[in-house]
Design a protein around this ligand. Structure first.
Ligand SMILES: O=C(O)CCC(=O)C(=O)O
Ligand SMILES: [Fe+2]
Length: 297
């Protein structure tokens, strides 16, 4: 196949504040550096970018492309060393159908995730992304001021323990074994300064347990208030998958969730993630691991 050249690449917005379709790019490990830069620029500008018709992709090619964006990392709780491709399957059920940013229970959570549609139901099973930078921008100045000083504890234990084993208790058990085998807790700033764009973004989502220094009830109310801005429809884009589609999102400026409206149908996507950097708040304070405690040496 022909290489992508810059004058063939088009970037078209698909919603007002987030999301663009990139055309003229065939994703692979051989992608021209200028095309990789175009993808990166589109990612920073639009937060989530979509590619149609990438049917040539295999796990290997997806991983090779992922390496062009940074260092691939496995899921921290999936104990399969060297496995960088995480299947997202309907078998697990439920886990991704709440708003979250990927893996925020560790300090340097992924800077980007790449999701490839492999087996998609005939209808339903969309994914929705929200722009956490525009969510911050639209806050009242007094609320921005308050949010700037907040810190939150993110944990995987809280999240997964809160799920109900609704349909298939066995699948749920396997799920817990895989994804909650180690308890992680990290304290993050609620407002993260984006290391590339300098934007202020709201860092919350499904792994948040509580705000530091607030009662549980005040914490819940405050998180709900801020999270309500993140998920306002104006800050979101919804993607209806076709097999061969790829979505790449800037995990430092977005939240996302799956829409669980496809009944018992099979739905499989494969995800790779790119190693991230430790967030820094507006006061310059970085995120810190609470559990497991960092090694002493
Ligand atoms: O299944 C989906 O639509 C989203 C899955 C997800 O949260 C992820 O791949 O990080
Ligand atoms: Fe996710």
């Amino acid at each position: 196949m022909t290489a992508s050249t810059l004058d063939q690449i088009t970037v078209t917005k698909v919603a007002g504040r987030i999301g663009a379709v990139v055309e003229g790019v065939r994703l692979s490990g051989d992608l021209d550096p200028s095309a990789v830069q175009a993808v990166r620029d589109a990612l920073h500008a639009h937060k989530v970018v979509f590619f149609r018709g990438q049917d040539h992709l295999t796990d290997e090619i997806q991983l090779a492309f992922t390496r062009l964006l940074g260092t691939p990392i496995g899921h921290p709780t999936v104990n399969t060393e060297g496995q960088y491709v995480l299947p997202i399957t309907s078998e697990y059920g439920g886990a991704a159908d709440q708003w979250h940013t990927d893996v925020t229970f560790v300090p340097a959570y992924p800077l980007a995730s790449i999701l490839r549609a492999i087996d998609i139901p005939s209808h339903g099973g969309d994914t929705v992304w929200a722009n956490t930078a525009t969510a911050y921008d639209e806050l009242s100045p007094a609320l921005q001021e308050l949010a700037n000083g907040l810190r939150a504890i993110h944990t995987n234990a809280y999240d997964y323990a809160g799920l109900s084993p609704d349909k298939d208790p066995e699948a749920f058990k396997r799920y817990l074994e895989v994804f909650a085998s180690t308890v992680y807790e990290t304290e993050h700033p609620v407002v993260r300064v984006h290391p590339v764009t300098g934007e202020r973004t709201l860092l919350l989502g499904g792994f948040v347990q509580r705000l530091v220094g607030y009662s549980r009830e005040d914490s819940r109310l405050l998180v709900d208030l801020l999270q309500g801005h993140v998920t306002r429809l104006e800050n979101t884009v919804r993607w209806s998958w076709r097999e061969g589609d790829v979505a790449i999102w800037d995990n430092r400026a977005t939240q996302h969730r799956a829409v669980s409206d496809f009944g018992g149908a099979r739905r499989v996507l494969h995800r790779t993630t790119v190693d991230g950097d430790v967030p820094v708040g507006v006061d310059g304070r970085a995120s810190v691991a609470v559990k497991p405690r960092p090694a002493d040496n």
